[in-house]
Design a protein around this ligand. Structure first.
Ligand code: COS
Length: 380
């Protein structure tokens, strides 16, 4: 087993580090304070190839592997979990859904624009009253000649407002029928389709979140992704891959919090010596370092399974569950190590903690990851 980064990963890591230091770090506190989604930065990341990372070149993507994608997200997470979340959601969810399940025509129409950043992508599964229990969704699509008429709402949607295209999962059959949900491509500007920004979030504040509203939205049958009724299973497969990206982002946030803690602990002196010389602090750093390494190993293992087209439902859930909880623990310890300074926006620790918390909720809570893991373990 080779644990070294390959040449592509080294190149991607350096490129993302350089970009993040120049374009993200100087602005992240302001974006965080203002809850500002930097569309222009997203466009620049599109030019760098970060918005179609694993999409093949024939569709305008960068053609990288999933572990190379993981590497990019780790680097982004070290600097800003909010921007990282936007990149993860754009790549894994909207773009990924069209790539893995769309027709050739749909891929040719949307992927080059999504990969270049001309289009920002959104993805809608969750509704105001159905989060973990996604199957009970209430938004419906009813067939009307060559079209479908969609009514309902989707909640907590990344890029719901700024997105140019959204993939949404909608009920086309009976409630609780796993073959009764269908994926549709929705374009900004379709009559009856609107979005409202959701503000006042604890973290990932540079990533836009919105509610999508559908009032008699007429969508052509050509916008159905794959087979009618297969949307729920498509969504579960998309989330299997998406959860690896949240794990990667969590590893980045955790490592960012850890590295900031090491720096602070070496510089900060109390009782006549750097606080890193006290075992209480040194052991916190040891725990953080160990957990970040373990989270990265789980995440790269899941990415390897995805690259090699093996089943990774369980490993993706392990990685997402463990890495996101590690990110929260590392963010929390970073605040503790930095004490009063850690509790202010002047130091990076509190933002790592706030951003980390989303990782234990989005794309399936830690509790849902345990449902997925335990079902996988126990199935005969
Ligand atoms: N890949 C492919 N198919 C899958 C799958 C997967 N990973 N997981 C489930 N399915 C299939 C099942 O095989 C089943 O098919 P059949 O009905 O033909 O047997 C069908 O989907 C329904 O699965 P299940 O019975 O497990 O559905 P549940 O309602 O019990 O829900 C959970 C399962 C809880 C795992 C699912 O609803 C879930 O992941 N919820 C969280 C949603 C989420 O993460 N939301 C966050 C979105 S933020 S972007």
């Amino acid at each position: 087993m080779n644990f070294d980064l390959n040449e592509n990963q080294k190149m991607i890591a350096q490129m993302v580090r350089d970009f993040a230091e120049k374009e993200i770090r100087p602005n992240l506190n302001q974006w965080d304070k203002d809850e500002y989604f930097p569309v222009e930065t997203m466009k620049k990341m599109g030019e760098l190839g970060l918005l179609g990372i694993y999409i093949p070149e024939q569709y305008g993507g960068s053609g990288f592997t999933y572990d190379e994608y993981v590497t990019a997200l780790i680097e982004l997470g070290k600097v800003c979990g909010g921007v990282g979340l936007s990149v993860a959601a754009h790549n894994s969810l909207c773009t990924g859904h069209i790539y893995y399940h769309g027709s050739e025509e749909q891929k040719m129409k949307y992927l080059p624009k999504l990969a270049s950043g001309e289009f920002i992508g959104a993805w809608g599964l969750t509704e105001p009253n159905t989060g973990s229990d996604a199957m009970r969704m209430k938004t419906t699509a009813v067939r009307d000649g060559d079209d479908w008429i969609i009514n309902g709402a989707k909640n907590w949607i990344t890029h719901g407002l700024s997105g140019d295209v959204a993939v949404v999962l909608v009920r086309t059959g009976e409630e609780l029928d796993s073959n009764g949900i269908t994926a549709f491509i929705i374009e900004k500007g379709m009559p009856g389709f609107s979005a409202v920004k959701i503000g006042d979030k604890l973290g990932v504040r540079a990533s836009e979140t919105a509610e999508l509203i559908f009032e008699n939205v007429r969508v052509p049958n050509a916008n159905v992704i794959g087979e009618v009724g297969q949307g729920f299973k498509q969504a579960m497969q998309i989330l299997d891959g998406g959860r690896i990206s949240i794990a990667a982002l969590s590893c980045g946030v955790a490592r960012g919090a850890y590295e900031a803690s090491v720096k602070y602990a070496k510089e900060r002196e109390q009782f006549g010596k750097p606080i890193s010389h006290f075992q209480a602090i040194a052991f916190k750093l040891a725990d953080m370092a160990t957990e970040v390494e373990a989270a990265e190993l789980l995440t790269f293992q899941a990415a390897y399974l995805k690259n090699t087209k093996q089943s990774m439902t369980r490993q993706g859930a392990y990685a997402k569950y463990y890495a996101s909880e590690v990110a929260v623990r590392c963010g929390n310890e970073a605040v503790q190590i930095m004490g009063g300074y850690g509790y202010t926006r002047e130091y990076p620790a509190e933002k790592f903690l706030r951003d980390a918390k989303l990782m234990t909720i989005g794309e399936g809570t830690s509790e849902i990851q345990k449902v997925v893991i335990s079902r996988e373990i126990l199935k005969s």
